[in-house]
Design a protein around this ligand. Sequence first.
Ligand code: SAM
Length: 459
Amino acid sequence: MFINQTYIEGLLEEARHTDDKTISAYLDKAERFEGLRHQEIAALLVQDKPAHLARIFEIAGKIKQRIYGNRIVLFAPLYVSDYCVNRCAYCSYNCGHSFSRRKLTMEEIREEVRILETMWHKRIALEAGEHPGECPLDYILECIHTIYAMKSENGEIRRINVNIAATTVAEYRKLKEASIGTYILFQETYHQPTYEKVHHAGPKRDFVYHLTAFDRAQEGGIDDVGGGVLFGLADPYFEVLGLMIHNEHLESRFGVGFHTISVPRLCPAAGMRLEDFPHLVDDATFTKLVAVIRLAVPFTGMILSTRENHEMRKKLLRLGISQISAGSSTEVGGYGKRKRHEEVNPQFVVNDDRNALAIISELMDDEFIPSFCTACYRKGRTGDRFMRLAKSAQIKNVCLPNALTTLCEFALDYGDPAFKEKAAQAIRRELPEITNPKVRVLTEQNVENIRQGGRDFFI
Ligand code: SAM
């Protein structure tokens, strides 16, 4: 098995003896955008010296700026079913908890999606508990087909990422055929004893089956996979190394590692108490983890959800986060309930409950470019093809134009006059950053076409 507890614990022990000169050499390597091997990552993770920490943050900021520029990709989760057969200690969907469970009908899915479209979301993460009887793969596939088939006046979901339980190669193949974007699955914890302690019963209790899910996804043709751990379950340094070793395993076996890494932190939820989890991660450590991951895998997107509060999100956007959720509901049917002002019962409590427009406006004020781009997977730029692009200087000539055209659409369709003006200024400011003159001219034309009423131009 590619995750070996004793090996990771040994790495962390050894890492504590790394001298300053070696740390500086690792940081120099990170500053050249070369990424880091897990041994090097261990040495940075355990660092507490202010001078080294300051350099870690400085380099994380540089990588973020150089590779991702000012773009921040936006998405929202869509919970379709809360039936679950697992007993996970941290999750309110635990089958031992009693509440009235449901899954959305196709009509209800359409209602939720119409609301998400009014928030101008183009990209969603479809979420469900694990229940082969109530929520079989055929139901998930029906949800995906229903959502892709919808198109309202200005709204359209163009990319569905899927976060559902580990499954078989045959089922992953069907998900691939349904044109999903990224298949997302959090390992929750790479520390097997903790994994078995917090997953009391159900298919998810099988550590190895869960850990090898991405291998099966790749075998089923899904080359875009997104990993993550639920920070708060076990030693966070152990978890980051687990993630990095998992990534190296996928790279060596399939030629491509994680497309994205999510960094969820444990939140309060019905049926659990945070006090029962001895490894909760404080803000300072969490900030360091995010920055070290940015140094370690500079070309892997990093996702932060509304589990984090406004202040943390603002800070981490500068240190490596490239994708955030906005206006999220973590409840089945939650968008409709919110619109009808009904009482909510979320999977866990979010810490950034501002609406999507408020988040987007603030991004603009902070000179970020909110991006609703979904072009890569629609153009077949997934897996190693995406990674090749990310590693080349060409990313600015693809992602930035697409970010600007989707921002232009957003402003025209949903912005008030002040927002429209802000977006126009941002587009004028960023256009010269497109280095390829032909692409710059094409983007200017696309922006003009959108102003004349055209939609969905992408490169
Ligand atoms: N059922 C799927 C599976 O088995 O992986 C995943 C869907 S679940 C809706 C998405 C994620 O929510 C889980 O992987 C877990 O990391 C996260 N989650 C569950 N309870 C949480 C809590 N109390 N705080 C923060 N995140 C939580």
